[in-house]
Design a protein around this ligand. Structure first.
Ligand SMILES: Cc1cc2nc3c(=O)[nH]c(=O)nc-3n(C[C@H](O)[C@H](O)[C@H](O)COP(=O)(O)O)c2cc1C
Length: 308
């Protein structure tokens, strides 16, 4: 007897799945669909697949009565679509260009794979109805799928050999990643152009930090600016502030410090260099990889903040 449903749900969430959208048309021909990760293969010959639908779904009757439905295996960049089709009571198909699959089941573009199915059996499955369908056509694209695990979206991990270059594996660490080393290398790579630019303007790293920190919110009191700019700077930002005032990059009126016209010009030039690295990164990574990278680095920064 399972009393703790939350614990049961959490244990089930350990099982990694892909994410699908299952679509059909209701009796009036209106396109309907929902996000489902209960999809699975059943048989190769005949080719059968299944998925299950909550009995509380307003779409239950439509799926029960439909002769065909289509299963779309979502691609890594279709998280928004997954969220849209998991939201009840909205026009889920708004703005999508839909083709017709078997028996008119609506087909959504951009997915990693798609199975057009003839509805074959329906079984009782507790609070869900289990639908089995015979696959009548399918497409398969060589792109990364969206992954669902523990109630969160993720991506596919390609395996140790592919993602762990030999020179980064630290023998003394039992072959584990040496994250600090990796972060340092990534930081050097990300920062090489910006560093060259601020040095070319005769600025030190602490002065660069002060200019950026002031760019985040002008008219900042000195103590607040020091707190913001201390982030990683080797030299004391306090001295950096005085140096920048002396150079006419910052002007200090009472307790509010401002970038001068010259300061704003330097900031804009340095941010343009930083932006070009950002664009390079965006062209290299899938959107979900970029958002994971941003979130993980944010977490790492907050570890440092908690400790300090
Ligand atoms: C990743 C994910 C997987 C889901 N899997 C299922 C599923 O297998 N079966 C189901 O009935 N609902 C599933 N849901 C919930 C439905 O998508 C959600 O309840 C949606 O509102 C159902 O659409 P409807 O209310 O228009 O029927 C899932 C939601 C998400 C985000």
């Amino acid at each position: 007897m399972i009393d703790n449903k939350q614990a049961f749900r959490s244990a089930l969430g350990r099982f990694v799945t892909g994410v699908t959208i299952v679509t059909t048309r209701d009796e009036e021909g209106k396109a309907i669909g929902l996000t489902a990760n209960s999809f699975n293969s059943v048989s190769l010959d005949p080719p059968l697949v299944l998925w299950s639908l909550a009995l509380t779904s307003p779409n239950l009757l439509a799926f029960r009565n439909s002769r065909a439905w289509a299963v779309h295996v979502l691609a890594a960049d279709q998280e928004d679509l997954s969220n849209r089709f998991a939201t009840r009571g909205i026009d889920k198909f708004e703005g999508l260009s839909i083709d017709d699959g078997p028996e008119g089941a609506p087909l959504i573009p951009g997915c990693a794979a798609r199975f057009g199915c003839r509805s074959t059996f329906e079984y009782e499955g507790g609070d869900h109805a289990i639908f089995v369908g015979e696959v009548v056509d399918f497409i398969d694209r060589d792109i990364k799928p969206l992954v669902f695990h523990g109630g969160k979206y993720g991506g596919v991990f390609q395996g140790a050999k592919e993602t762990r270059p030999a020179e980064l594996v630290h023998e003394g660490e039992f072959g584990r990643y040496f994250i600090g080393h990796l972060l340092n290398r990534a930081y050097q790579t990300a920062f090489v152009d910006v560093r060259r630019e601020y040095r070319a303007r005769g600025l030190r790293s602490s002065e660069y930090s002060v200019i950026v920190a002031l760019g985040l919110g002008d008219g900042c009191p000195r103590a607040e600016l020091i707190r913001r700019a201390a982030n990683g700077a080797v030299d004391l930002p306090d001295a950096a502030i005085d140096g920048l005032i002396a150079r006419g990059v910052i002007t200090g009126a009472g307790d509010a410090l401002h970038l001068t016209g010259e300061g704003r010009k330097i900031l804009a030039e340095l941010m343009a260099v930083a932006q070009s690295f950002q664009l390079q990164l965006e062209s290299m990574l899938a959107p979900y990889e970029l958002s994971q990278l941003t979130s993980l680095l944010g977490k790492l920064c907050s570890v440092g903040e908690d400790a300090g």
